[in-house]
Design a binder for this molecule. Sequence first.
Ligand code: HEM
Length: 249
Amino acid sequence: MALMTHRKSAPARPGRAPLARTQTRYRRVYVWQPAIRIFHWVAAACVTVLFVTGFMITHPMVNAGTGGALSMGAIREVHFAAGYVFAVALVWRVFWFIRGNSFARSGFPCFWRGSWWRALIGQVREYLTYEFGAPPLGHNALAGLSYVAALFGLGAFQVVSGLALLGQSRPGGALDVLFGWTVPLLGGSFRTHMWHDLAAWGLCVFVIAHVYIVLLDAHQYRNGLIGAMFSGNKFQRLDDEEVEDRDDR
Ligand code: HEM
């Protein structure tokens, strides 16, 4: 932990008492372990590659428009490879949910706890009223809910439905045996494709909202939110104290 200060001059007040300046004190706290940071950027890369290649598979004319720079076979291989990496990353994140520090579990939707609901409602109210309080050091309740819904709702669904669709190209093969049973549950092959496509757009909406909210929070809370996903460190505001202005600036 390290303490830092940031000084701001108060606005000039003509004909009024001497100027004061505020001194805000921050505490640096190590929040995200390397495992969480690596997971974040691997997941971000996978979701991006999966969306782009998936879009090209569904709309082959996009590739044709580039002069067929890549063969459709290569695009499919990249899509499948990113899918496998994403699946491993999800398992890795579950492991670190258990094994990691308390921040690795922060914001997890504990529906059975009143405190989680209060934190969720409080966070929604902050966004609606634009009055921001002190942010939690880990994920807030709304962020935690969105990550679980996106990754372990939509993301896990994409992995299972994707492997089921892949299994269809080798009936009786390992993937078909392990995941093929989900195809009739989803309404047959055509509908499984459709749900897989729809969930991809759901993830796309999540990413746009996520990046927007991360930028907004980083600006409102000024707690080093984005840098923390690289360095692991966040800044916690301790207090605001007014100090006498001196002429030695
Ligand atoms: C495809 C793109 C992305 C995906 C799928 C994604 C996904 C996620 C997930 C799942 C988490 C939770 C991490 C965990 O606890 O394991 C997270 C947190 C976070 N992401 Fe992203 N992310 C993406 C892009 C970005 C980008 C571009 C930025 C930077 C501008 C960013 C900044 C952050 C930050 C700062 C947090 C922590 C926020 C908090 O404290 O709640 N993400 N992201």
